[in-house]
Write a protein that binds this ligand. Structure first.
Ligand SMILES: Nc1ncnc2c1ncn2[C@@H]1O[C@H](COP(=O)(O)OP(=O)(O)O)[C@@H](O)[C@H]1O
Ligand SMILES: O=P(O)(O)OC[C@H]1O[C@H](OP(=O)(O)OP(=O)(O)O)[C@H](O)[C@@H]1O
Length: 192
């Protein structure tokens, strides 16, 4: 297998996708995070992303600047085609994706994996409220999508992130880098 892997992190809003991705990248130098383009103000907080207008988003889409794009929560999202350069260098790229776009992602990337994060609904509600980025109405809309399913037949590593973030991150890294884990006696990655 040549080139890096495109690793999709999916799961309901508030489950911890961005937190898990950031912690994984901080602990393993193989990993690079895909910086998304979103039609949301750049200073909205949360993940590091490029905020663009709807007009610019459509223009970039027309110019083939995106590897993947989708709509959710009243916003447009995209993964820039620039991630291909990292994959060619052999880096593993982690990206926060909609479950609805997985079927296209599987076709778009030669080496493709999925990590599906789950958490209890009351945990999701509490985390979204504590994060404070969305209104109560927006949070209710996000919780309505919590049980969206993966496309039929899609293989994924399923991890419950209701508990500690460290445990989830370790399980994800163990899955992605089993050889490193075996060599280092299950403390494989550089400590933050
Ligand atoms: N395992 C965890 N334990 C406690 N809090 C968590 C955990 N994972 C994420 N969080 C918190 O939950 C909130 C939502 O996490 P975030 O990474 O933004 O989720 P998502 O990207 O899936 O919407 C954040 O405030 C984050 O700090
Ligand atoms: O189709 P779904 O699988 O339900 O996903 C819909 C959207 O929600 C997720 O993000 P998140 O909840 O982190 O919101 P955000 O992308 O707006 O931060 C995911 O990254 C998608 O952009």
């Amino acid at each position: 297998m040549s080139g890096g892997r495109f690793i999709a992190i999916v799961g309901p809003s508030g489950v911890g996708k961005d937190s898990v991705m950031q912690a994984m990248a901080a602990r393993d130098a193989h990993i690079v995070l895909a910086r998304r383009m979103i039609t949301r103000p750049s200073d909205a907080g949360g993940e590091d992303f490029d905020g663009v207008t709807v007009e610019d988003f459509h223009a970039l889409h027309a110019a083939d600047a995106f590897a993947l794009s989708w709509e959710a929560h009243g916003l447009h999202y995209a993964i820039p085609a620039a991630v291909d350069a990292y994959l060619r260098e052999g880096r593993d790229v982690l990206a926060n994706l909609s479950r609805a776009v997985l079927i296209y992602a599987k076709d778009r990337f030669a080496n493709f994996e999925v990590i599906n994060l789950t958490a209890d609904r009351d945990v999701l509600a509490a985390r979204l409220a504590a994060r404070g980025r969305e209104t109560a109405e927006q949070i209710a809309g996000r919780l309505d999508r919590a049980d969206a399913r993966l496309p039929g037949g899609m293989t994924a590593l399923h991890l419950d992130n209701s508990g500690s973030l460290d445990q989830t991150v370790q399980a994800a890294l163990d899955h992605l880098y089993p050889d490193v884990t075996a060599q280092a006696g299950r403390v494989p990655h550089k400590v933050k």
